[in-house]
Design a protein around this ligand. Structure first.
Ligand code: ATR
Length: 269
């Protein structure tokens, strides 16, 4: 039986084992998928130990995505663009790093929420690792505009520099939260502000009736960002759909089979 796992610290509350077990059952793939707590200073050792036990692949979550990027001997284009790795594949060629987070986000928006990105105005809040991983997958869907707003404007400007030559020329722009112009069809909160029950200070005028507002975070209750967006006419989603979709994308990379996600997502809720 092929072995997979997710590395993180902390890891106790990870939903990934349940998600992958459901995918495996639905697609009749024989595999195991467990949680592994890696010590903060022992990620690489934990990965090598897992490979020595016959591990075929792994997911990587907080705080190891940058270390996984450095550990991988080969990277997919989207992992290179993201500068971070959430999915590892172990085979005779060594350790390959992929990043399925952005593809998961885009699948949740376009398929689960049924909102096309093509031709739309998209606002991305944040310019850290989570935001960076979203840019290329969003640009691949040809939005009319992708505005990136961040507390530290220079970090958002660096993303524009990076992605302008990759289909973002004239499409992607950067500003601080108070410099955001106009309203948007899709607003994505990729800041970690929700973790501190904080709100990126954007004007409510970024929303119009029917804007899709998505917070990459999720919890038992809607985040402050989701409440703010909903009170200004947006329809809101948390990050649970993105979580399930990034898992499906990783599962497909490992097994060559694409699992259906709707029922798994419904069961998680
Ligand atoms: P992640 O991997 O979750 O993206 P990160 O790379 O540390 O984590 O990035 C965190 C992002 O959330 C950054 O865009 C950060 O803004 P800065 O670049 O200015 O640091 C943003 N962020 C964190 N706390 C925030 C807050 N309270 N309000 C607004 N933005 C915040």
């Amino acid at each position: 039986v092929d072995k997979y796992c997710v590395f993180g610290n902390p890891i106790a509350h990870s939903k990934s084992p349940d998600i992958h077990a459901a995918f495996a059952a639905a697609t009749e793939q024989r595999l195991t998928y467990e949680k592994r707590l890696a010590p903060l200073d022992g990620f690489a050792q934990a990965v090598h130990a897992f490979i020595a036990e016959g591990g075929k692949g792994a997911n990587v979550t907080v705080p190891f995505k940058l270390e996984a990027y450095r550990l991988a001997g080969a990277l997919t284009v989207r992992a290179q663009a993201a500068g971070a790795v959430n999915t590892l594949l172990f085979d005779e060629y060594g350790i390959t790093g992929d990043n399925t987070d952005g593809a998961g986000l885009v699948a949740d928006i376009t398929v689960n929420a049924g909102v096309p990105i093509a031709g739309k105005r998209v606002l991305l809040l944040g310019a850290g690792g989570a935001a960076r991983g979203a840019v290329l997958p969003i640009l691949e869907h040809r939005p009319a505009a992708l505005a990136i707003a961040n507390r530290t404007v220079a970090t958002a400007e660096a993303l524009v520099q990076q992605f302008a030559p990759l289909g973002g020329e004239g499409v992607v722009s950067a500003s601080g939260f108070d410099g955001v112009d106009g309203s948007f069809d899709i607003v994505i909160n990729a800041t970690s502000a929700s973790l501190q029950a904080d709100l990126p200070p954007v004007s409510p005028s970024v929303f119009h009736q029917g804007t899709l507002a998505l917070d990459m975070m999720y919890g038992k209750e809607p985040t402050v960002f989701m409440r703010f967006a909903a009170s200004h006419g947006a329809s809101v989603r948390d990050g649970l759909g993105m979580l399930v979709e990034q898992a499906a994308e990783a599962f497909h990379g490992w097994r060559g089979v694409r699992p259906r996600t709707a029922e798994v997502l419904a069961n998680l809720r």
